[in-house]
Ligand binder design. Structure first.
Ligand code: HSE
Length: 405
């Protein structure tokens, strides 16, 4: 029997215990070993819950127990998750996690620590919840040179945007509802400001391009400025609005960005709605592939964590896992990337062409303003022109799938 310990009995941690217990027999068949949860570390006691007898409050109990070969870290946040993970790996215990914040911040170091101690640090659940994406990038697609990843990587913002588009409601109104339903955190900043998607695209890009992508280098915008007026224009253009996280490799140059985009209704990413996530991958041999499914949620995320536990149970004592070079991948400045821009503006429509050159006007029936789409130009050139223009209310980028920006 291989014994595990779960750190944190919150949404994902309790899901992990549930998956291991519910699917015990099938897991035993697939893993070839009996998998048990010996301890659950939490500050709380859970009186009356069957987990109560497994609860410990002291991490050293887990660390010093030689029976524990795999630790599941589902605490979230940086500390004490980082310290516990580091200590577990140094003790030769493998760690499986859903903690994208920790993987994005300290993943390179923790992978190294794992290797040095013949253990593994696995994080399938850190990106896309229950959607298999880390393992496909590591194994199924390893014959390919990946040159693009574009994803809807955050369920909360996709839910908010979907509701705003379907019901014509304000951002703050839908956010409040999402919080009441438990879809959005009480402090939603990491989601709505794009930080969560930013961490995930940094992890996926590190894996895909083989060098450490520092998430703090990724240009990031969230969805807090999107209004029902933007949505009216999007509809008039036959588009929808999605928070996209993407990275693209051209030669040795990689760009990465998180921002709301106007996405054509025919684009496969346009039909990814609600809390669902999707990750589009392009490889030089593969061409296109898209991974779609439950990007968050207790059981879906826990299923991905337990899949890592099963894989690890089969290779104990050997360090088999995702990896990338600790050398930092220097991202290309996004100001050089080209795309079309949609602009809402005040004043006379004739003013737009004077500054931006040929533009396509968009009629959405809003009083006192107009909208237009520019020709393709670099972010830098656009910003310069927008400064000269002075009448811009807001701007959104257009996704052109064929150019994958
Ligand atoms: N807050 C995240 C989301 C949870 O909304 O996608 C899953 O990582």
């Amino acid at each position: 029997m291989i014994q595990t310990a779960v750190l944190g009995y919150g949404t994902v941690g309790s899901g992990v215990v549930k998956v291991i217990e519910t699917n015990h027999d099938s897991i035993e068949k697939k893993a070839g070993v009996d998998l048990g949860v010996k301890y659950v570390l939490d500050l709380r006691d859970f009186p009356g819950d069957p987990v109560q007898k497994k609860i410990v409050h002291d991490f050293d109990v887990i660390l010093s127990d030689p029976e524990i070969r795999i630790v599941v870290e589902t605490m979230g946040g940086l500390e004490p998750a980082y310290t516990f993970t580091k200590k577990a790996l140094e003790a030769g215990k493998s760690v499986c996690t859903s903690n994208k914040e920790l993987v994005a911040r300290h993943g390179t170091e923790l992978l190294q620590t794992a290797r040095e101690h013949n253990a593994s640090y696995m994080f399938e659940a850190s990106c896309g919840g229950g959607i298999p994406i880390i393992r496909p990038l590591r194994t199924c697609l390893c014959a390919d040179v990946i040159d693009e990843i574009t994803g809807i990587l955050n369920g909360t913002t996709n839910y908010i945007l979907t509701k705003m588009i379907e019901e014509g409601r304000e951002f703050s109104d839908v956010l409040r509802e999402a919080q009441q339903k438990g879809y959005a955190e009480r402090n939603p900043e990491a989601d709505v400001e794009g930080h969560d998607a930013c961490r995930k695209i940094a992890i996926l890009s590190s894996l895909a391009y083989g060098k450490r992508v520092d998430f703090t280098d990724v240009y990031t915008e969230g969805i807090t400025k999107i209004t029902p007026a933007d949505i009216q224009y999007a509809k008039a253009m036959g588009r929808t609005i999605k928070l996209l996280a993407f990275s693209k490799k051209e030669g040795e140059q990689v760009t990465a960005m998180v921002a709301p985009y106007l996405v054509d209704k025919e684009d496969p990413l346009a039909s990814v709605n609600g809390v669902f996530n999707a990750i589009f991958v392009h490889g030089n041999m593969l061409g296109d592939a898209m991974f779609y499914g439950q990007g968050a949620g207790k059981e879906a995320t826990a299923s991905a964590v337990v899949a890592d536990v099963i894989e690890e149970a089969q290779v104990l004592g050997r360090s088999v896992m995702s990896s990338w070079d600790p050398e930092k991948l220097v991202l290309t400045d996004v100001s050089g990337t080209e795309k079309q821009f949609f602009v809402r503006a005040k004043g006379e429509a004739s003013e737009a062409e004077k500054v931006f050159g040929p533009v396509k006007l968009v009629q959405a029936g809003l009083e006192g303003e107009y909208g237009f789409v520019t020709e393709r130009m670099s972010e830098g050139a656009f910003l310069k022109k927008a400064g000269e223009f002075g009448a811009m209310i807001s701007m959104l980028r257009l996704r052109d799938k064929s150019k994958a920006e």
